[in-house]
Design a protein. Sequence first.
Lengths: 143, 316, 336
Amino acid sequence: MDKDPRILAFLCNWCSYAGADLAGTSRIQYPTTLRVLRVPCSARVNPQFILKALQEGADGVLVSGCHPGDCHYLEGNYYARRKFATMLDLLEYVGLEKGRVRFSWVSAAEGGKFAEVVKEVTNGVKEVKDTTQFLKKRDWPNE
Amino acid sequence: MSSLTDAIREEAKKVLSEGKVDFVIGYGEGDNPMRTQPVFIDKVEDIDKLVWPSFGLINLANYLLRHRNTPHKIGIVAKGCDSRSIVALLKENQIDRDRLFIIGVNCPGMLSRQVAREKAGEIVAASSNGDKWSFETTEGTKEVSCFDLMPSNCAACRHHGPVIADVIVGDPVTEPEGDGYDDIREFEQKPAPERHNYLKQEMTNCIRCYACRQACPTCNCDECFVDITQPRWVDKGLEPTDLAIWQLIRTYHQAGRCVDCGACEEACPMGVKLLWLTRKMNLVVRERFGFEAGVDPEALPPLATYKKEDPQEFIL
Amino acid sequence: MKKVPVLKTLYDHLSKDRQIVGLTKEDNRYFYRALDSFDQWQSNVLLGNFSPKEVFFPQDEVLFYFKAQKTILPKDEVKPNVLWGVRPCDIAGIGELERMFNQVGEEGYKDPYFIQRFERTLIVGLACSEPWPSCFCTSVGGSPYKSEGADIFIYPTEDGYLIETPSKKGKAAIQGLDVEEVGDVSQLEVDRRRAEDKIKKYSFDGIEDKLKSMVDSDFWDTVHNPCIGCGTCAFVCPSCHCFDVSDASRGSRGLRSRQWDSCLYAGYTLETSGHNPRPSGRERWRQRLMHKFSYFPQVFGSYQCLGCGRCGRACPVNINIAELAAKAVEWEEAAE
């Protein structure tokens, strides 16, 4: 990938978003590739969001939530885990490149881990040389 | 299969004449030997309209959906996969068990018109010939064995017999060894670009007629995601990424609910190989969550529950 | 009448300044697509799995693009073409689409997209010497040897092909083609009878008025039962022409397009309020049968069903519209 990839990141409000915030206040350096969408819980993320993001031009997608057992809503991330496992298996089966869509558990105290996750995900997306098969081309005329 | 036809007629006659049901949903004859048209028998005099078809990849449980709010008591002929769909519908509270009289059938497997087209071409007339079929096609007469006319889902079936029934007809079918998913596993061994090209080709043959969705009993949302405008998940039309997303999300919405009946692929006017997608979805749910649709009426749908130890090898 | 020994000469003559569209084979399915060569043409197949209406009325068609308040029409990429080897039923279907999309009179609806494609197409028909068991064109005023509506029409004979040019466009198109003039075409009548006799005959006499008298009949209670509302029949039908319009946009730019719709979809008449005047298959099937055999004849003078048989073949549950229509004609309301 020639330019910096743009990665849409769904971060759960209580853990991952706070963790990202901590990385910021701790002045930890990490790639500036993420475009963050704050959600109340990782379970809020409809797997269709992932495909829509890829259609609209995201080079990669990250969904991050609380560690199992620590969900603010008690069980959300357990359901999310099943959803994402199912969706990812299906997408990789139809040829989605490994590394384009990622998931993580990052707690509010893990500023350091968040930065590492962003580095790892960014590198993974950079390694996927082609544009995603799901990118919707819109050849709309100008006049 | 004349003995199955007779047995079904007998059970249907009994249950109708005893007033246990208002009508029986079953398979009827079509306008040629390769076709079947579902019939809805409400009079004992019409009982001979019921048959056991050869090319019968239609899921009759689909017809229960329109009776969610009617008062009728319904008899239904159910092969193994159809009976699992009934369980899936019961689990999702789409219909009450006490309204149904299920005439279960130990199904030996159905033949597929899509496979017949693959093997013989454009068929103009057909006749059954013992363990093979004779087809008059635009390129001459062709003979294909019944074995070669069986679709991948029937070949892989491990639930020939009904999992739920009030009566069962037909001899029990010996299930073959293994779980039936070896063809999917073999396909998965191919490199990602090869899988991608093949499946993309298939998915983009779609013309958005929605025959697959309509043929499927567990595709039963009042408003399908493709018809929702707020938010607009996919645009209408034949843009390739929209087609892929339509196919993939429909498949995903069937996770833990699809019973591999093959009605979707059989209904598709373009012959899109939908079973490659749905069967992979079933394999995922089986291997990750140990779940198989419609087998255990007490089991919660896999995406409506969780285990603390669910696999998370894919999570950073 | 004119005669050629082989069709390739006609094909080559026409392809000099037009793209030929005819039956191609893709994975054992047959579609009317642009042909690269004469040999690609599937000459022994009667009908494609879909009808040739997509040449004039595509499944997905951009009506216009918009950018803020500016409307931008799609580029004119419609080439002059030949619809090669279409059968009389499909030709009749195209004729009915034309009557629908190019209505006479000042107030008549004129669909510019259809008209443009139609005007640039030369229709070359082909008689059916071997009709299929699913055909029933003779029951709806058609015939396997009917040349009406074509620009050029081909009749296969034992030793070549007779060519008729029902239209001025057709006559002009074959100027310069090396043909033999044939005087005695009496064999044609024999061939026509032979082909017509092969076709299953239904009686639809009086169906137009019979259906009108059956609007509240119990007949409709059961005919719709097997139907799953999949829309395939409308998609494969040569004369079905309903479409839905949708927009797609990003910010202030976007497009408006249309896609095929089917009267049997549950949401076909669903209104914004949530009310649906055709809430079940019962009303929808009544509408479909009446549209094909009563409303359309009333307005346009011919049955909208052309007897091609595609719907019954494609229908996942084998609903045969001819059988339903025949039953309607014979229906006797039960005495109260």
